[in-house]
Design a protein around this ligand. Sequence first.
Ligand SMILES: [Zn+2]
Length: 219
Amino acid sequence: VTITGTVHVACPACDRGHDVRLVQSINAASDPASKQRLLAGELNVLACECGKRTQVAATVLFHDPGRHLYVRVVPEGGEVEMAAAAAQFAAAATNGTQRLVPSLNALVEKVKIFDAGLEDWAIEMMKVLLLSRVDNLGAARREQVPTLDRVLLFDGATDDALRWVLFDAAGRAPESAASRLEDYRRIAARDASRPRETEYRIDRAWAVGAVQAMIAAAN
Ligand SMILES: [Zn+2]
């Protein structure tokens, strides 16, 4: 069942009012069309006559029964809502993977990672490792900035490589990058790094801690 609703929002560019149909629950098995719209960046978007496209912030629950995956989008800044969603996950006691993310874009990345048959926690750790030596990604060294501030998005996997999109310090100028699949596999094989079932937010902050723990254990 796909739960939908309608909200009235004003275009941030021209202030015209619009009714936007919101999808707030997606079952990947029974509603593949909504999943495709999500992946295409077309879900919950206000497309105004003035040309401006705006993503409407809303809670969304994504469920892929085939992968036993539940991901809930709790829009950025909603810490009270995040805590409530975590309590709901804990009470649900499913035997699947449960994740909380702050945006639809973060949900899209999770879906891509799980669809590729990869572990999101190992992907997040790879990002931290790759960003700490950004030259290894073959990316131009245009500016010296704390590299962990940069956004690196998983974009897909081939037989021997992971594909990434790396953004500059301002979150713009995306460039593609690649890393060896074998490096990912070494991380994914580390049971000591695997998050507990009740760790729902597997993001940059989580991964920085996990990499630090890995380095401390090696020394
Ligand atoms: Zn507009």
